[in-house]
Design a protein around this ligand. Structure first.
Ligand code: CTP
Ligand code: ZN
Length: 154
């Protein structure tokens, strides 16, 4: 690690999400369902210098091993995120997030006439894929394509 890199304390046990695109940490927390009422100890830095990315965000959730399936949803907004599962201060497992083919919940369909926006109790579902280097979501129900996924995260 470069000496000038700004760091937050190492954690004893839990999940570290590193190499998050700069500025996206708050959306990462939202995707993981961490917010008002959450009990976990969470630390976060935004816009710290990174050799690989220029700038990046980091999120550390203590005392909790977040499941791989849940973590992969982060790829929607931070395709380069690295996950580090920590036990007794040591990294037990390190992996990169992979974009799921289908995502449920999280996104809302921008099409007001979509059945997911009616009174029907239907969970939004999207196909997700990369197009021109960008993550794109396509509604399973109405086919509407979302190119700026950040804006449709609930
Ligand atoms: N980390 C932590 N607590 C620990 C161990 C590591 O919070 N007990 C964090 C580090 O601060 C870093 C991330 O986990 O943000 C990955 O740690 P490490 O692999 O040591 O750093 P790098 O080599 O820089 O990671 P990479 O190779 O993924 O860039
Ligand atoms: Zn739709």
């Amino acid at each position: 690690m470069a000496e000038k890199e700004l760091v937050i304390s190492k954690i004893k046990e839990g999940t570290v999400i590193d190499h998050i695109n700069a500025g996206k940490a708050l959306l990462v927390l939202r995707i993981l369902g961490i917010g008002p009422g959450s009990k976990e100890t969470v630390s976060m830095v935004m816009n710290v210098p990174s050799e690989k990315m220029g700038k990046k965000d980091i999120v550390k959730v203590e005392g909790k091993f977040i499941g791989e399936e849940e973590l992969n949803k982060i790829a929607l907004i931070a395709p380069k995120a690295t996950i580090n599962l920590i036990k007794d201060y040591e990294i037990q497992k390190k992996f990169k997030v992979t974009l799921p083919e289908v995502i449920e919940g999280i996104l809302v369909c921008p099409n007001r006439n979509c059945i997911t926006n009616s009174r029907e109790p239907i969970t939004p579902r999207f196909y997700v894929f990369v197009e021109n280097d960008r993550v794109v979501a396509k509604c399973y129900y109405c086919g509407r394509k979302i190119k700026d996924v950040d804006k449709y995260i609930v």
